[in-house]
Design a protein. Structure first.
Length: 76
């Protein structure tokens, strides 16, 4: 897969400044929420027929890079 930045962008005034799939108003957070609720890539693509598998995977790649090397704290 290409780097996530090929598929995602940030623009002032779009989705309140959230990172989103280029040329859409679909936020990375929406895609991640759908995945976390058990939706498959195919189901997401059915809901949003104008986005591609690569764009969905770019959202996951962005999330991975965002949390990699973070400090992990145990919750009590």
């Amino acid at each position: 897969m290409k780097d996530w930045s090929e598929y995602l962008e940030y623009r002032n005034g779009v989705l309140g400044g959230k990172i989103h799939i280029k040329n859409t108003r679909i936020g990375v957070d929406l895609i991640l929420e759908k995945i976390s609720m058990g939706e498959s890539i195919e189901q997401i693509m059915e809901s949003f027929p104008h986005i591609t598998r690569e764009q969905i995977l770019a959202c996951v790649q962005y999330a991975l890079k965002s949390v990699r090397n973070e400090n992990i704290y145990e919750f009590v």
